[in-house]
Design a protein around this ligand. Structure first.
Ligand code: FPP
Length: 235
């Protein structure tokens, strides 16, 4: 009996990252949790470059969730101060590399100085086209769906189907993630991109976010390429 060779799934065009394990990584180094977040920001840049090198066009990073407000105020302040302090150099390097920066989430609820920078760099990079780096900030998958419903109601739009609904999401033009990578060995979605991940493939890495590497990214992509994506159909 002859078996057909398994079809190779092509390159992912969108990879979404749940960057987990910053706190544990820092603790292992005998440092405060915040040091992990500090180092984690540099990892975002590396990952955007590595993804770009293998032809990925969209990357999304879960920076701060709607549930992260439950953390101690000092840690929340640290993350937003880090964002305000680091985002300018982040923007400068990413802009030189033709990266388009975008933000999704309830930005109107983040500290005003952070929000202003997000809008500024989104505008300044809007014509960059090598790859998109989308930062999810004060983001929740359920809030995104609720916000979409509210926008539809505000416009008195009663024509609801999947395609029209999608147009009310935070970044409707961005294709759904092909692959979601979560670091640190945790195996859950934590309210990330709930609508968009309906048919995404998942890769759970045991590495903590600050130690995530190019080899690990390539391994995840290789495993993804060996998967048989059927989107509910049969081949
Ligand atoms: C998860 O690790 C990480 C976060 C909730 C924050 C991620 C934020 C950054 C990397 C800063 C982004 C800044 C810029 C400029 C884009 P964790 O704290 O949950 O780690 P743990 O599970 O070990 O406690």
């Amino acid at each position: 009996m002859m078996f057909e060779k398994k079809q190779i799934t092509s390159n992912p065009q969108h990879i979404a990252f749940i960057m987990d394990g910053n706190g544990r990584w820092a603790k292992r180094q005998g440092k405060p949790r915040t040091y992990g977040h500090y180092m984690g920001t540099y990892k975002i840049e590396d990952v955007v470059r590595w993804c770009s090198n293998i032809g990925v066009k969209y990357t999304t990073f879960y920076v701060f969730s709607t549930e992260n407000w439950k953390r101690p105020p000092e840690e929340i302040n640290f993350i937003f101060n880090l964002l305000v302090e680091k985002i300018e150099e982040f923007y400068e390097r990413m802009n030189k590399e033709n990266v388009r920066l975008r933000f999704i989430g309830r930005l109107e609820e983040v500290p005003e100085n952070a929000m202003a920078k997000c809008f500024e760099y989104e505008e300044k990079t809007k014509n960059n086209e090598k790859i998109q780096a989308i930062l999810a900030l004060n983001y929740g998958g359920r809030s995104e769906i609720v916000d979409a419903v509210k926008k539809m109601l505000d416009q008195d739009n009663r024509h609801v189907d999947e395609q029209t609904f999608r147009n009310y999401l935070y970044a409707p033009d961005v294709p759904d993630p092909d692959l979601v990578i979560r670091t640190s060995g945790e195996m859950r979605i934590s309210n990330f991109l709930l609508w968009e991940i309906a048919y995404s493939e998942f890769y759970f890495s045991n590495l903590l976010w600050p130690e995530f590497s190019e080899e690990e990214l390539k391994r995840a992509v290789e495993i993804y390429q060996g998967r048989d994506r059927r989107f509910g159909g049969i081949k």
